[in-house]
Design a protein around this ligand. Structure first.
Ligand SMILES: [Zn+2]
Length: 372
């Protein structure tokens, strides 16, 4: 996900040291508003008003994400950026603290911002005379300002409630997990929260299909998968506690010199089982990694005689066998690398790969089950 967000997004502004970016797919939203407005025969003033409402909604989403980001900062966790997607915002925190209390406050801060905005709008409406406001609304002739306040209040109450749905990756799922984790191990808390999240997602998918709302069903599928990913991540974290890279690395791996050609690499790809290779420099140390797709790209371009160093390989940090397995995996995921070269005494001794880690975790789980 982080990789997708990094590419195709447009920086909007920087506030409090955090960049707010617009993902390319966000363009779909105004295009949709414009299209549906025109096809319903709306005039331009009405379409302009709708676009204004979308802009206000996303301003509230940005404030919600700042609620998460600035609270995280208080606990010493930085935020890379805030990205806006057509379905909402994502604050890319460097990490989510494992201390349940910290996760609780960071997560609660987002919906709390929406509640605060809604309350402010309601107070402002009350100050303007709620009764006269409602009579004006019923009889027509409510001013644009009071209408805007009503919209702001309704929108933020909706954002508040929607985010509290107890399903990952919604805030409600994290709040539930952090509350449970104050009383039980984090792994078990995550399992329960993820299970509930999947239940909610299935209800959403069912309702979406029944009511003919494919968008809702799609969100349900997304939540279902996110809940599973969150659970797997935490289970892996628990099983990898105290495990070093040396214990989980693969010692049979694929490496080639930087002067080898794409042609030679493709031949080895066909005779071996690996999908990624480590490119070795003149000094015997890895200079980077290549995925088979990089090789296919060169073959497609008719460049089979190209040297591997000219592709070029993706630079990868070198880890030692004594490094922490989970932390090294996070580094690999954040950088979008298929594997990490493991170097000991100036020599490539193995590779760390996500598939290997999940095998390791499966073995650990099987061992734990046999003891029960
Ligand atoms: Zn949130």
């Amino acid at each position: 996900m982080a990789g997708i967000l990094d590419r195709g997004s447009l920086p909007l502004f920087v506030f409090k040291g955090i960049a707010v970016r617009l993902h390319w797919s966000f363009v779909l939203l105004p295009v949709y508003v414009l299209y549906s407005g025109l096809s319903q025969g709306m005039d331009w003033a009405m379409i302009g008003l709708r676009l204004g409402m979308v802009a206000i909604a996303f301003a509230c989403v940005v404030l919600h994400e700042y609620g998460h980001a600035l609270t995280a900062r208080r606990f010493g966790v930085g935020t890379r950026d805030i990205t806006l997607l057509p379905i909402g915002g994502v604050a890319s925190l460097e990490r989510m603290p494992e201390e349940p209390r910290h996760e609780f406050w960071i997560t609660v801060a987002g919906p709390a911002v929406n509640l605060a905005i809604a309350l402010l709008a309601i107070i402002a409406m009350a100050a303007l005379g709620l009764m006269s406001f409602f009579t004006a609304l019923l009889l027509g002739g409510a001013s644009l300002f009071t209408n805007a306040l009503l919209f702001l209040a309704g929108l933020n109450i909706w954002l508040f409630l929607f985010n509290l749905i107890p399903a990952f990756p919604m805030d409600g799922g994290r709040i539930l997990r952090s509350l449970l984790a104050m009383r039980m191990p984090r792994e078990r808390a995550t399992r329960i929260a993820a299970g509930l999240g999947r239940g909610v997602a299935i209800l959403g998918i069912g309702y979406g299909l029944y009511a003919g709302e494919p968008f809702l069903a799609l969100i349900g599928v997304f939540i279902f998968m996110a809940a599973g990913a969150e659970a797997r991540n935490v289970v892996q974290r628990e099983h990898l506690r105290g495990i070093t890279v040396g214990q989980v690395m693969r010692t049979r791996f694929w490496s080639m010199g930087l002067n080898s050609t794409v042609h030679e690499a493709v031949n080895e790809l066909l005779s071996g089982g690996d999908t990624s290779l480590v490119v070795i420099g003149m000094d015997g140390l890895p200079v980077g990694v290549l995925h088979r797709n990089d090789l296919f790209g060169a073959v497609e371009a008719g460049r089979k005689d190209m040297r591997l160093i000219d592709l070029p390989p993706k630079p990868a940090p070198l880890v030692g066998p004594e490094a922490d397995a989970h932390e090294s995996t996070q580094q690999m995921v954040v950088r979008g690398l298929p594997l990490l070269p493991v170097v000991h005494e100036h020599r490539l001794v193995g590779v760390l790969e996500a598939a290997n880690l999940s095998e390791f975790v499966k073995v650990k789980q099987a061992e734990a089950a046999s003891r029960r």
